[in-house]
Design a protein around this ligand. Sequence first.
Ligand code: GLU
Length: 477
Amino acid sequence: MERKGEPTFRESVDLMFNRAVKLMDLSPGLEQKIRVCNSTYTVRFGVRLRGKIETFTGYRSVHSEHMEPVKGGIRYALSVNQDEVEALAALMTYKCALVETPFGGSKGGLCIDPRAWEEDELEQITRRFAYELIKRDLIHPAQNVPAPDMGTGEREMAWIADQYMRMNTTDINGRACVTGKPPHAGGIQGRVEATGRGVQYALREFFRQSEDKAKAGLSGGLDGKRIVVQGLGNVGYHAAKFLSEEDGCKITAVIERDGALVDDKGLNIEDIRQWMVKHGGSIKGYPQATLVEDGASLLEAECDILIPAAMEGVIHRENAPRIKAPLIIEAANGPITFGGDEILRQKGCVIIPDMYANAGGVTVSYFEWVKNLSHIRFGRMQRRAEESRHQMLVDELERLSADKGLGWTLSPGFKDKYLRGAGELELVRSGLDDTMRTAYQAMREVWHSRGDVDDLRTAAYIVSIGRVSLAYQSKGL
Ligand code: GLU
C-alpha cells in the first residue's frame, strides 16, 4: 500500500537496510549486490472460468540466491504488486539469515481476491499459476520452495505440491517443493500455528531480559500485560490465543477490517474466532465486547504491547506520533514504514522487528522441508527408546525407595509427563523455541555491545547482512 509522502514498501526496506550497512564495513559493491533483488518473474495467464477467460497476474521474485533453495510464501490479494513482492522477498533473505534457515529469499504473489472464487475455481487458478512457476524452476525442492502467506494456506500448498508431482513424476523429493502442506499431504505438525507460536516465544525471550524490558519501560513477566492485536488471521489469532491462554496476557483490543472489539478485562480470542468463522469473517455483532467502527484508531490505544499482525504500512508518519505502546512486536511483514519507525524510535518505543518476530513460519517450514527430504517423521526412531530409558529410571527410583523403605513418591503428574517421549509436535515446538531464543540473543548482542546501534531492527539487519555477506564471500564475490 502506497502512502503519500512516504517511500514505497520496497524503498522502506532498502532505507532500513542502508541505515544498517552504514554501520558495517562492507565494500560498496557487495553492499549493492546484497541490497538488490536478483530477479522478478511476472506471469499473466488465462483460466476459463464461469464460461469466459479470466486473466490473472502473478509474480515470483528472487531476492538473493546466496543459499539455495530460496524460500518465501505466496500471497493472494488484489493489492499484490511487484514493489510489494520484492520488498517481501528481501525481508525473506534477512529473515532466513537471522534464524539460520539455510535458504535465500524469495516471495510470490497473485493479484486475486480469493473470496471471490469457489474452491474448485481457486484450485484451477492455483494449479495454473503453479504450472507456470514449476516449468521455470521457480517452484523446485532444490531451487525455490514457496509456502503460505496472506490469502493462502494448507489447501493451496497441497495443490501446488500435487501439481509439481504430476509434472515431475520421478522426483522422489517432490513433496519438498513447497512447505505449509497439510500433515496428510507431507506437511508437519505445528506449521499452521508456527508464526503465532514464534511471536509468543519471541515475547517470552524478550521478557527474560531485564535490561531490554527496562528500555521499553516495562517490568515483570508477561502475566497481566495488556495487548492490542491487529488482525485475527492465522498469525494474529495464534499469537493472541497462546499469549492469553498460556501466558496470562490480556488482549484488550482486536482490530479487524470491519472495526475493533474492545474489552479492558480481556477478550476471549477463541470465541471471537469462532464468531468470525460463522459470520463470514466479520466481527460485527459479537455480543461479548464493544465494537469500535474506526478500528485503526485502536492502534493508538493505551497498552503494554502492540501486535500488528495484518499487513504492511499500517503504522506510518501520520499515526506514529499518537502510538502509546512502549513495545511493538511486528508479527506482520513491514507493518511500520521507515518514517513511522523513525518517529517511534525517537519516542523510545522498542520495536521487535518483523524479520525476527514472524520468523517462526519459515523456521517450521525448514523443519518440514528437512522432513520431506529425509522421508521420515521427526521422533519416529527415538520416541519409544527415550520412553524406555525414562521408564528404567523411574523403576529404579521406585525400587530403591521400596528396598530401603524410604517412602519416596513422585509428584502427581510427573510420571506421566516424564515418561512420555517427544512426538513430532513437541520436537517442532522445541526446535522453534531454540531458534527464537538463539536469534534473539544474536540480535541483542549487537544491540547492547555497540554504542552506535540503538534499536533491534538495525541490530537484526547487521546480523543478517553479516551472514549473507559471508556466504557471498565464500562464493568468490
Ligand atoms: N510467508 C511466511 C513469511 O513471510 C512464511 C515463509 C516460508 O515459510 O517460507 O515468513
